[in-house]
Design a protein around this ligand. Sequence first.
Ligand SMILES: Cc1ncc(COP(=O)(O)O)c(C=O)c1O
Length: 368
Amino acid sequence: MSNRLQKQRGLDSIKPYVPGKPIEDVKREYGLEDVIKLASNENPLGVAPNALAAMQEALSALNHYPDGASFEFRTALSEHFQVAFDQVCVGNGADDLILELSMAYLEDGDEVLVSRSSFPMYDIYSTAMRAAIVKTPLTPQHGLDLDAMANAITDRTKIVYVCNPNNPTGTIVRAAALDAFLKRVPERVLVVLDEAYVEMVDADDFPDSLSYVREERPNIFVLRTFSKVYGLAGIRIGYGFAHPDIISTLFRIKPPFNVNVLAQAAGIAALTDREFVSRSVSENKAGRELITRGLTELGLSYAESHTNFVLLRVGSEAAAVQQALLERGVIVRPCGGYDLPEFLRVSIGTEAQNRRFLDTLAEFLPSA
Ligand SMILES: Cc1ncc(COP(=O)(O)O)c(C=O)c1O
């Protein structure tokens, strides 16, 4: 036995999550004053005003612990989405719910099925629980390949993550394809439908995932967040819908006060802020069109996005292009960590930010 403090074995093979570079770091490192960050898929319009007001009002209640059951907040979500109260859970960001699901369901030797280029926290928490990650390729259009995923299910598969729309590709799987896929998934396998960007989807045939929850399917978890369309990434609120057995299982292992007083107040109020949500969605759509048109003019290809970011193919010079943008005060996301080294992911910003991204790219792209 070693005399040194040993971390648990699951951590040995984890590739740490690399977040978007903070604006302040870039200012300091490159001596810049005007830096924009289009790297973390945040809402460029700010915080939903109703949520901001509710948080200001809730400040004076911070001497109290939050309601660990988030009763009012879960009631509001239940009413808003027409899903039974005992089918609703909340977390300290969607990340927290991915961690809770991993802790609740994974054991040594289980397999977790993910697409090759998808949200990295699935891999990190699964690996920490010593489950094996099994990856399936993307389709040629950079979408999730649900046939490949269904074919990869084995007796050991415990969780399948269907990120829809997918981060970092922005692509969606449609209702018919998801239905056909679910028919091939045994009930002993949990399917997590991660819909962090669902509000920004522009497709009539996007799956109605909540209908699976209302049917009380025993193995579906729909994951969502307030970080994107509500502009609340900084306060950390995720939520999920699933069979009551899954929700009560998560309650057994969740930290008792994981959703804080301000977050609960913000979430309830944000749900009422339809004006902010619809403005966020429409400005995002206009920004996405501006960016994709600009990329086409620059001769660059991109994946069809239903989100607030676009995955663009730059080629073997992607790292150099990302660095050049950084030195000019434009932070975008490199995609090597997503197994897409020739691509960059740019978040949709304000119109001025989107134009600055395109102009900066155009300035040096030919020589990059
Ligand atoms: C697909 C996907 N799932 C989950 C999350 C985590 O969201 P949250 O900020 O609620 O933890 C993100 C964040 O970017 C994401 O892109």
